[in-house]
Ligand binder design. Structure first.
Ligand code: ATP
Ligand code: MG
Length: 492
């Protein structure tokens, strides 16, 4: 899938080997020395105007026409170089935020930690950043006692801008003036070798911003790159600091990890690097508690949900974080709710209390905006109803605005829970029945999982199939069923 600079003959590259890359094994050693760049002419690399979005080009061209240096930088250049279609475009320039703002009516200055200009074209935002120097506390820079950067607004040259970026492959510039790619940090070599490497001293760079640990894991997984040894060592050392990162920032990273089209790979990488505890602490604890078979079951359900999300992203179908977050938290919610139900609490109350508890723990790790936690609760509350409602009550669930998502959720649960399989299968089938009476007939005799949550109060029978409210096969690994059918339709 990845075409590593295949179109680029190495001899065509003007190899003014960067001083930074002297000793690959120990990583770049020079922190603030500005090396000669490698400059690769437009006809010797695969980044073309065609690959760059129309709006990004408009911004780059206008800055250039007004006498400023303007470059595409970061993920856009990196992705184009490895043969992926870039998904968003970041621009770096020597114009100040005020100068940029003056050139674009459709723009606004944002941010405190980084002052940036957003140039807005409908739903697309082109982010324009002024070249910045390293963060040495001068005017505009601020470093906390922990080594963390809290403010970073010291403007500088393009060379200085390059070395304060995180990874070498993210520090490449495509210059709109002549279409060349400019490399101050050995990024081209690392792209060529498929290596992810922090620029400068890895430990310092990780301590400055522990979120770089997550960025490395996510981007290396996306690109299929390996992480360079010293970078990896620093990441391991600094990852406990992630626990102190602002929950809102971690939530942003969670979205990037699981909604960027590489969710399954990202999840594997997060597990491999033992980072799940910082993102979903309850899920991490549960996975650690389960025996191997139950753990495999739960992981396979989660991965099915993630693969489903990846499929939707690749098909450009809409996705919502609520669906995935609901999955990550469901095992805890379900277990606790079942415990309360067994102790005699009504299902709705038990679920509501379990949901509140799970959400309040989670927002200590990653915030969850209300616009997502609301739908998550709705999806959860529909699970027992989908499992046990009969007759007209069941049919009316299909009118619920969360039905699609809740049904898909049930289907994924059924992939690992045999007891839910017939239930999910019925829901899949009943949606294909057009005749209303036939639907009602079917709903009157539908298979249910009443033995899990108990029958509906007033729903007639108090008797529980199987003689017990709890399912007999012991605590559930993750949740329920389904299938075959619906797992891909997803009402996210
Ligand atoms: P993608 O957009 O594909 O997730 P990206 O590398 O473009 O990846 P962005 O968050 O869009 O990620 O950041 C754009 C660029 O800004 C990065 O490529 C990098 O050069 C720089 N950057 C982003 N976050 C950091 C950080 N925490 N520390 C240093 N540089 C960063
Ligand atoms: Mg980007």
């Amino acid at each position: 899938m990845l075409k590593r600079l295949s179109g680029m003959s190495r001899s065509a590259i003007n190899r003014t080997r960067s001083m930074l890359t002297g000793d690959k094994a120990s990583g770049p050693v020079v922190d603030h020395v500005m090396p000669e760049p490698q400059v690769v002419a437009a006809d010797a690399h695969p980044v073309t105007r065609k690959l760059i979005g129309r709006n990004a080009l408009k911004v780059l061209d206008r800055l250039h026409e007004n006498g400023h240096r303007a470059c595409l930088v970061g993920g856009g250049v990196r992705d184009a170089l490895v043969g992926l279609r870039p998904k968003d475009f970041d621009v770096a320039t020597d114009a100040s935020p005020e100068q940029v703002k003056a050139l674009f009516r459709n723009s606004r200055i944002i941010g405190r930690r980084f002052r940036l200009v957003h140039v807005v074209y409908g739903r697309e935002i082109i982010e324009v950043a002024t070249f910045r120097a390293a963060h040495d506390a001068g005017a505009g820079g601020e470093v906390a006692a922990s080594g963390r950067i809290v403010r970073d607004n010291v403007y500088g040259t393009i060379e200085e801008d390059a070395v304060r970026r995180d990874f070498s492959v993210n520090g490449l510039y495509w210059d709109v003036a002549d279409g060349s790619v400019v490399d101050y940090v050995g990024g081209l070599d690392d792209i060529d070798a498929g290596v992810f490497r922090l620029i400068g001293d890895p430990l310092t760079r990780c301590e400055e911003d522990p979120v770089r640990v997550l960025r490395a894991v996510r981007l290396a997984a996306k690109l299929g790159f390996s992480i360079e040894q010293n970078t990896l060592k620093a990441m391991r050392q600094v990852s406990p600091e992630l626990g102190k990162t602002a929950p809102a920032r971690l939530f942003d990273e969670v979205l990037k990890l699981f909604q960027g089209g590489y969710a399954e790979k990202s999840f594997d990488a997060v597990r491999e690097h033992d980072l799940l505890q910082h993102l979903f602490p309850a899920l991490h604890r549960r996975l650690g508690r389960l025996d191997e078979a139950a753990r495999n079951d739960l992981e396979s359900m989660l991965r099915a949900a993630l693969a489903n999300t990846d499929r939707r992203v690749s098909q450009r179908k809409p996705i919502t974080p609520a669906y995935l977050l609901a999955f990550m938290l469901w095992p805890e919610v379900e277990e606790e709710a079942l415990r309360s139900v067994t102790a005699g609490e009504p299902v709705h109350d038990a679920l509501a209390a379990a949901a509140e508890r799970a959400l309040s723990e989670q927002i200590g790790a990653t915030s969850i905006p209300k616009r997502f936690s609301g739908p998550m609760k709705e999806i959860w509350h529909m699970q027992p109803r989908l499992e046990r409602d009969r007759g007209a009550r069941a049919i009316s669930l299909m009118e619920d605005r969360r039905f699609r998502a809740a049904y898909d959720f049930l289907c994924l649960r059924a992939t690992i829970d045999p007891l839910l399989k017939p239930v999910a299968k019925w829901w899949t089938e009943v949606q294909t029945i057009e005749d209303e009476d036939a639907r009602l007939d079917s709903a009157a005799q539908r298979p249910t999982c009443a033995h899990v949550w108990g029958e509906l109060p007033g729903g007639g029978k108090k008797k529980r199939r199987g003689g017990s409210r709890r399912r007999k096969r012991g605590p559930r690994a993750g949740g329920g069923p389904v299938s075959s059918s619906g797992a891909d339709s997803s009402g996210q």
